[in-house]
Design a protein around this ligand. Structure first.
Ligand SMILES: [Zn+2]
Length: 215
């Protein structure tokens, strides 16, 4: 085979590797990472929500296609979809907010929870985020030291009790600004618990970003 042919076949393979021919979410043939149907979620991002008290940005409502995509990532354990969702978050932050933080910190899982799921969804989102908008991703900053119950069926008081002292920071963060990243914002109790641990360690400015919001 002539070198030029070999080269062109190599480039074709490389292109297919870089540009997937299937939608990462629903598997239909697609030129990009998301097929035209899955790209519809961009339309829902018209007005991202902002929780003022906790300073948390959420890009979408937890419904319809967004919910479907998130489930594909979290419960079908399809990490590549999570990287795409994280890159959407990074793109939003870069275009709209443009703020740089000293540390990007994913909401951690307890080591037993990590074993059960096999990966931390917030960490994958963070990896997608920094592929678009580089930040200093800091994994050991926030540690989940207590195994908590699932929050879904708990009332507010129980949620607070459940998350009390759940997170810890093993070293000083004096003067650092921190951006916390998570998949879903519900009542904000997880963010409050994370913030409290980060503040205790000396962080001075803390904001949050979630892929979606379930309210
Ligand atoms: Zn699709």
């Amino acid at each position: 085979m002539p070198v030029s042919k070999l080269l062109s076949s190599f480039l074709k393979e490389l292109k297919e590797l870089i540009l997937p021919s299937q939608c990462l979410v629903c598997n239909v043939y697609s030129q990009g990472y998301l097929c035209p149907s899955c790209q519809q979620i961009y339309k829902e991002m018209i007005s991202p929500m902002y929780e003022y008290n906790l300073k948390v940005h959420s890009l979408f409502q937890y419904q319809g296609k967004v919910r479907e995509i998130l489930h594909r990532f979290k419960y079908d354990k399809f990490r590549e979809a999570g990287l795409v969702l994280g890159s959407i978050m990074g793109g939003y932050y870069q275009d709209v907010l443009q703020e740089k933080y000293d540390l990007l910190v994913p909401v951690p899982l307890h080591k037993d929870e990590l074993k059960e799921r096999g990966f931390n969804q917030s960490e994958i989102l963070a990896r997608g985020f920094i592929s678009v908008f580089p930040q200093n991703l800091s994994l050991p900053t926030l540690v989940k030291v207590k195994k908590t119950r699932r929050q879904v069926n708990l009332n507010l008081t129980e949620r607070r009790e459940n998350l009390k002292n759940a997170f810890s920071v093993p070293y000083s963060l004096k003067g650092n600004t921190v951006l916390i990243i998570d998949d879903v914002f519900t009542t904000g109790e997880t963010f409050k618990a994370c913030k409290s641990a980060l503040l205790k360690a000396g962080a001075r400015e803390i904001q949050g970003i979630t892929f979606c919001r379930q309210i």
